[in-house]
Write a protein that binds this ligand. Sequence first.
Ligand SMILES: Nc1nc2c(ncn2[C@@H]2O[C@H](COP(=O)(O)OP(=O)(O)OP(=O)(O)O)[C@@H](O)[C@H]2O)c(=O)[nH]1
Ligand SMILES: [Mg+2]
Length: 456
Amino acid sequence: MSDSRTIAAIATAQAPGGIGIVRLSGPNALQIAGKVFSAASAAKLIKSPGYRAHFGKVVKGEETVDEAVCLVFRAPHSYTGEDTAEIYCHGGLYVTGKVLQTVLEAGAQPAEAGEFTKRAFLNGKLSLDRAEAVMSLVEAQGEQAARAALSALEGNLAKKIKEETSLLIKAVAGISAKIDFPDDEVEQIADEELLSILRGVSERLKKLLETFDAGQVITRGAKTVIAGRPNVGKSTLMNLLTGYERSIVTEYPGTTRDVIEETITLGGLTLRLADTAGLRETDDPVEGIGVELALKKIKNADLVLAVFDGSDVLTAEDKILLEACAGKPSIAIINKTDLPRTLDKEYIAGISDEVVEISAAQGEGVETLAGAVSRALGVDGFDPSSAMLANARQRNCCVNAVTLTDEAISGLESGLTLDAVQISCEEAADCLLELTGEKAMSAVVDEIFSSFCVGK
Ligand SMILES: Nc1nc2c(ncn2[C@@H]2O[C@H](COP(=O)(O)OP(=O)(O)OP(=O)(O)O)[C@@H](O)[C@H]2O)c(=O)[nH]1
Ligand SMILES: [Mg+2]
């Protein structure tokens, strides 16, 4: 399936940088690139072999736009599977914009969001889950997220799903034979074997579904709120984790009022941190709004870092916070270990599963905290490079496949007609084919790629 339009877009970030890349793909990519790129060797791009770099100039009529390198890829040996030219010019907003404009004036069409990767999918270069992995890799902020995306891009999920699909298809074929040749004219698959195939598929898909939440934490980052009563050191902890003075720290209780947010990585995990106003009853209307916001953040958080002052006694506010954390992934952080301890640690340990002692001011205890974070989020020991479901779409396909496989299993167990069992198995296989894109509807495909960035 190939598109007759030749598309172009800036493939690099829209910010000043050493190099910017304008990419063209489509049947006329080399012809259009040849109109705007003049090679120093006088070589013609249209005649260039693939995987060849040419040094030269981007020109617009008589005007030189930039010195550049043009890389040629010949179909089908390119990312999109089409003829592709990549113009490496100087990075920066003006130059890349002008090179793109020149290419568009020479006959290319502006690429839509994700269109290069969509073409790669439509030309059979990537399965749908691998195309989604490309976007996850681009968006990855932490090491674990990048490893997970790379694993999917390498086809680990696709491979696993294909294995289960072929088992379901084997079951369908087995049932067909039983229906068409009921008198044992051909060798038949035993009911027990059919059941064991289907049970295996259902079990493995359920295992894959179980890792979804942990996978989401790894790929999207955990919404993490730093909470506690005033002056326990929340903002000092925020600054320690971000590595700079993100929040204002003073010895006056009630310093932080607004929610201060920053994304960080801790132990390879991405945390979307929010430092909040100290929790207390207050007559100050501004601080009061801050406290309300803090409580809302706690409610919606994936993880609460509940901070306590180790050099002080436990107060009623501390106890309320401990209770608010019950049943939620949370860590009780006893801060200010550099000062003599007055706090009742046993009380906290009796309520909270994870208790970590730190000195935010001295920068001590971060590693211990990192370990506790990964345990509290349930990703401890999770291998991000194992096959996992990357998004709600993939999860949905998998859930439907399990439901239908389980229907087939109970149908077989209860002696339902083989026709009904066969249909369930076929539909289960279809759900998995939809996951990898072999049977995805074009509306679904359009929807997926529209969330990509332009130039990818
Ligand atoms: N000795 C010691 N002092 C600390 C430590 N962490 C924070 N502090 C001090 O505690 C005071 C309050 O720190 P903040 O980080 O502003 O506390 P907070 O919880 O953000 O306070 P609010 O924003 O008012 O809710 C400051 O004087 C900090 O220097 C620590 O580990 N050891
Ligand atoms: Mg603060």
